[in-house]
Design a binder for this molecule. Structure first.
Ligand code: HEC
Length: 198
């Protein structure tokens, strides 16, 4: 058996196993090149770690997961809101921030309210519902009441009851409110309504 050559300079390891010059309690060490498969695994792991870190923590690419989850949360919230017995300002604002409610309300609005209030809520036969100024009450509960029961002695007939169910009115109001900000809602005297025929 040929003994491995000494390598005092500790430089060339290309020709195979080389003994390192030191010795401790009779224990000597080979100076081996790390196997390629081992190095490959190490560098792959480093590259993978960078890629993983970037993909999940730095980029916005995996939003599809997040979108799927938020859609589920919204669907659940919509169900909870639908089963609410109490309709007040707060719950109506909440509904107006739920995309499922707003989408359902858009359909109701385009089917029933658009004819008088316009495709962009700009008004026409009916009052403008896009601006933040309200003649018959700027509170969501008042808007809901006006839509449901109508406004006596005006062209605004009751839309609830036989016309549409209460649920559809709620959705339409949520759609209207989705165009508004709670802070900006205000009441105006009737003569300031821009769509009013003079
Ligand atoms: C036939 C036409 C017509 C339809 C359909 C109609 N409206 Fe109206 N709406 C009016 C008119 C006219 C007024 C203004 C009443 C007045 O003269 O004070 C009005 C007023 C309103 C107001 C009060 C606005 C304010 O400034 O306070 C709300 C809210 C409203 N409508 C919601 C709805 C909703 C929601 C729908 C659909 C579900 C709807 N309307 C359908 C004609 C209509």
């Amino acid at each position: 058996m040929s003994s491995p050559q000494q390598n005092p300079s500790n430089q060339s390891v290309a020709d195979g196993p080389v003994l390192r010059p030191h010795e401790y309690d009779g224990i000597q060490e080979f100076d081996q090149k790390l196997p390629n498969w081992w190095l490959f695994t190490l560098y792959s792991a480093i590259i993978f770690a960078f890629g993983y870190w970037f993909y999940y923590f730095q980029s916005n690419i995996p939003v599809s997961d997040r979108d799927a989850i938020s859609a589920m949360v919204q669907a659940k919230e919509a169900k909870e809101l639908e089963s609410l017995k109490e309709i007040n300002d707060e719950t109506l604002w909440k509904m107006s921030r739920n995309p499922q409610f707003v989408e359902a309300g858009r359909a109701v609005f385009m089917g029933t309210c658009k004819a008088c209030h316009g495709e962009n809520l700009e008004g026409g036969i009916g009052f403008n519902l896009a601006d933040d100024a309200w003649v018959h009450g700027s509170k969501p509960s008042q808007i809901f009441h006006n839509a449901l029961n109508g406004i006596p002695d005006t062209g605004m007939a009751a839309q609830g009851g036989a016309q549409l169910g209460t649920q559809k009115i709620i959705q339409a109001v949520a759609f209207i409110l989705s165009k508004h900000d709670p802070q900006h809602m205000r009441d105006i005297p009737r003569e300031q309504e821009p769509t009013l025929k003079k």
